[in-house]
Design a protein around this ligand. Structure first.
Ligand SMILES: *[C@@H]1O[C@H](CO)[C@@H](O)[C@H](O)[C@H]1NC(C)=O
Ligand SMILES: *[C@@H]1O[C@H](CO)[C@@H](O)[C@H](O)[C@H]1NC(C)=O
Length: 505
């Protein structure tokens, strides 16, 4: 079934593009040897085959969630980026659709980079960055594609809609587009003429013709060279600006990853086209997630008003143990974002995730020193203690590896350690009353939500059969649930697309 969808991806979206067909043929002939599913997640979105990185767009169209992602279908390496596409009714079960965008036009030949998906009138509309490399220089433009059925997308005839960066630098990407009153707004991540991160604003009356308005906010030096994947959302009175940043120096236990996704809280002033009430610096830029593998987060608003977030559960220049087996990486669980009275984000898995539970495997108190086998590759742990004032340790052990979660009551921080070079990540956290964690493991990933979502860690791990051992000084109550598969193909959709392509009807 998945072979078919690769071919469909190509014919349906591009109308038989010769290079792609050659690629696909080669790929289909060799895939038997390539694709091994050992570390493949069961309930996280990964590419059906090939490479996945940042989410490209996330929206609701005709009562379904449409999630797009950076996708290189042909092997487990970054390449000419397509927009992969997955659709869900409930944020739990996801169906693969054919790729929505494929790089094949003169302005996006070397990649359709991420941007925004939104709905305007009857159209599911994608804003994206086209990139081309010429004489070793790259040129990035902003573009539009539209769909009426949410499956096949048509690139706009007069793309690009924004042809050059105001700074004439090559970094100019990931349009975040929204409408306010009668105007359309677009934030684009860039590098300014001093080589510092910058966000520029464009405005439009009709979504197709855009004018540069100016710089919304920029770095004065300590906030890296390149800003990518801007996202802006409102919770109550607060406007939250989220950015993915390259080039911030690590500082103790902050900013340990190669690149960071963080946020500042302030006010987007629509009169002036500026982000205000917030300096952007390492003093104000908080990481969204403290794990080893988290980047390019995006949000959308659910119909009931919740802010939903998804990100790449990955990091550039990682080992990607699975890359030799024909696929790489995954997205995070879909999360709900709230904000507390200190202006800090609270991030938790959406409540719908509980639908994944098929069986309770454990439900008992454990003393330090006790252990039990995990018995599943895909599971959730709910961890409680009646105290918040003594140390807690949870150790996941397997042949030749481990992952340790440790809470130090004295220091008021929680650490994770996955071993290897630079394996430790740490964040300040003082539980409110009781110690409480939710931990999700899915074949080769772990996500840890602390307390009310004050601190989250997302990391890749490569375990074999896991044993769970309790350390520290605190007895823990542990519930363990086996979680089911929730991402796959829909054979009816595949057949319908097949018929469309073969019969041209
Ligand atoms: C930018 O947009 C704001 C409205 O949001 C407008 O008042 C202002 O004049 C614009 N500036 C430029 C340079 O276009
Ligand atoms: C664990 O703690 C959470 C959050 O405080 C609470 O909702 C839940 O009922 C607790 N579960 C148990 C078994 O004590």
């Amino acid at each position: 079934m998945d072979v078919i969808i690769v071919i469909l991806t190509i014919t349906a979206a591009s109308g038989a593009f010769v290079n792609d067909l050659k690629y696909a043929e080669n790929y289909v002939n060799h895939r038997e040897f390539l694709l091994r599913k050992k570390y493949m997640p069961h309930y996280h979105i990964t590419a059906p085959e090939g490479w996945i990185n940042n989410p490209s767009g996330f929206t609701i169209f005709k009562r379904q969630y449409h999630l797009f992602y950076q996708y290189h279908p042909y092997n487990g390496a970054w390449g000419h980026m397509s927009w992969g596409h997955a659709v869900s009714d409930d944020l739990v079960d996801w169906t693969y659709y054919p790729a929505a965008l494929i790089p094949k036009d003169y302005y996006d030949l070397h990649g359709c980079l991420s941007g925004t998906a939104l709905v305007r009138k009857r159209y599911l509309t994608l804003f994206y960055t086209g990139t081309i490399v010429e004489d070793s220089e790259s040129l990035q433009t902003q573009n539009i594609a539209l769909s009426t059925d949410g499956i096949i997308f048509q690139k706009y005839l007069y793309n690009p809609i924004i042809r050059r960066s105001p700074n004439r630098f090559e970094e100019n990407r990931n349009p975040k587009v929204w409408r306010h009153r009668k105007l359309w707004y677009m934030l684009v991540g860039a590098t300014n003429i001093l080589g510092c991160g910058q966000l520029n604003l464009f405005t439009s009356k009709d979504m197709f013709n855009w004018e540069l308005n100016g710089t919304v906010i920029e770095s004065y030096g300590d906030m890296g060279q390149v800003w990518e994947s801007p996202d802006l959302f409102q919770i109550g009175e607060h406007h939250v600006l989220m950015l993915s940043v390259q080039g911030v120096k690590s500082d103790g236990f902050r900013y340990r990853n190669l690149y960071q996704t963080g946020y500042i809280v302030g006010k987007f002033n629509y009169q002036r086209g500026k982000f205000e009430d917030a300096e952007i610096s390492t003093a104000t830029f908080n990481e969204v997630d403290y794990g080893h593998d988290f980047y390019g987060a995006k949000t959308t608003k659910a119909s009931d008003g919740r802010i939903l977030m998804v990100a790449w559960l990955g990091m550039w220049e990682s080992d990607f143990t699975e890359s030799t087996t024909g696929w790489v990486s995954m997205l995070t669980l879909i999360r709900e974002v709230r904000i507390n009275k200190f202006g800090r984000l609270l991030i938790n898995p959406v409540r719908e995730i509980a639908e994944l539970r098929v069986e309770m495997i454990e439900n008992a108190w454990y003393n330090p020193g006790e252990k039990f086998p995990a018995e599943a590759k895909a599971f959730e742990l709910v961890v409680n203690s009646t105290s918040a004032f003594s140390d807690v340790g949870i150790i996941f052990e397997w042949e030749k590896g481990h992952f340790v979660i440790a809470f130090s009551a004295n220091h008021g921080y929680v650490s994770v350690d996955r071993g290897g070079v630079d394996g430790i990540r740490r964040a300040y956290w003082s539980p409110d009353k009781f110690f409480f964690l939710r931990i999700f493991i899915d074949a080769s990933s772990i996500e840890i939500f602390c307390g009310d979502g004050e601190v989250v860690f997302s990391s890749r791990i490569y375990p074999k059969a896991i044993n769970i051992r309790i350390a520290g000084q605190t007895p823990l109550h542990i519930e363990q649930y086996r979680l089911r598969r929730s991402v796959g193909f829909d054979s009816k959709l595949v057949k319908r697309l097949m018929d469309t392509v073969l019969n041209g009807s």
